[in-house]
Design a protein around this ligand. Structure first.
Ligand code: TLP
Length: 347
């Protein structure tokens, strides 16, 4: 039996329409900027985010890395949340490869960074200090319960950045989840950032790819950095074809994943031994804590796996479940019932 796999929305398989579009795509060599399908995808991404230009990259990690490299010089400092993906899960690439100095601020529960702390952390010119160059935000904020960040907050940060001559980069791996959850045009969430990266390979179901969007000059620099880190691709239009299907047809359905997440959260919250902040569940990501006298985190995972359910333990006793296109309402019910029975029977 195929497991019910809630470890991530990255597990989504390409749809039949994507497979057909990939097979039939008109392609060229993208290092020469001659791939018509890729150019079409980049133009659509720029239009959707309200930016001048866009660049296709193989992964979100590479998109964030080359965005930071394109904004900063070696030795510059950037402000980053302590729960942000760039800080936690990108192998320290900005420091290791870019010589960029991260200054870590504690994320609020809703994924924002405290505004007074951002302001206090901006360096004044001093021979001893690195120069603050960039503020990085994340929307939705993965490790803050997949929280969508409001346009009002983006405005505040945009104003702060403008006042101190800083730039803003948005890790929008799940930007479309945020737009759908807030019922807003994506452009509203990106208008105050200088650059944004969003992923096609998560809830949007494409097999590969992310886009970096920003001003033309910025994208030219990013294109060169992409080549430097080995991300210049050739007939990448085959991948872009799936991305076009994702952007054209799969955005609205993200609502369904959000409904499933809310339903699962509601069910889990009523189970003894589970601590879950239901109000915090606004998109497709759920976090919960296990508090059981006889079952620890590892045991919980292995019991569930034996019952064909996979979730992720992100810290000892803390679990993440992500809803996505391959998980139906019926499967959500199975997951809730199974967890209920495991925790009440101890197996
Ligand atoms: N996130 C993955 C894991 O790396 C944790 C996941 O399963 O959620 N920004 C954010 C906010 C992300 O959540 C991710 C992937 C990335 C960037 C990186 O994207 P990829 O995996 O394409 O490099």
């Amino acid at each position: 039996m195929k497991p019910i796999d809630l470890r991530s929305d990255t597990l989504t398989q390409p749809t039949q329409a994507m497979r057909e579009a990939m097979a039939g795509a008109e392609v060229g060599d993208d290092v020469f900027e001659e791939d018509p399908t890729l150019i079409k995808l980049e133009m659509l991404a720029a239009k959707k985010t309200g930016k001048e230009s866009a660049l296709f990259v193989p992964s979100g990690t590479m998109g964030n890395l080359i965005s930071v490299l394109s904004h900063c010089q070696r030795g510059d400092e950037i402000l980053l949340g302590d729960r942000s993906h760039i800080f936690l899960h990108e192998v320290g690439g900005i420091s290791a490869l870019g010589g960029v100095h991260p200054r870590i601020l504690p994320n609020n529960q809703d994924g924002t960074l405290p505004l007074p702390l951002i302001e206090q952390s901006i360096r004044h010119e001093d021979i001893h200090s690195p120069s603050t160059r960039l503020i990085c935000l994340e929307n939705t904020h993965n490790f803050c319960q997949g929280s969508p960040i409001s346009p009002e907050y983006m405005e505040y940060v945009g104003d702060l950045a403008a006042k101190f001559g800083l730039r803003v980069h948005l890790d929008g791996a799940r930007l479309f989840n945020a737009a759908v959850a807030l019922d807003l045009d994506v452009k509203i969430l990106t208008q105050r950032v200088d650059s944004v990266m969003f992923c096609l390979s998560k809830g949007l179901s494409a097999p590969v790819g992310s886009l970096v969007c920003g001003e033309r000059d910025f994208i030219q620099r990013a294109r060169k950095f992409r080549k430097m880190v080995g991300g210049g691709m050739r007939q990448a239009g085959h991948l872009a074809a799936a991305g076009l299907v994702a952007l054209e047809n799969l955005v609205e359905r993200l609502k369904e994943d959000h409904l499933h997440a809310r339903f699962l959260a509601e069910q889990l919250a009523s189970i003894e031994g589970i601590e879950l902040d239901q109000k915090g569940v606004k998109t497709n990501i759920i976090f919960f804590k296990l508090n059981h006298p006889r079952i620890d985190g590892d045991k919980f995972l292995s019991i569930l796996e034996a019952k064909s359910i996979k979730i992720l333990m992100t810290d000892p006793g803390i679990f993440r479940a992500v809803l996505h296109r391959e998980i139906s309402r019926e499967q959500v019910e199975v997951v809730a019932k199974t967890i209920q029975s495991v925790l009440s029977n101890g197996r």
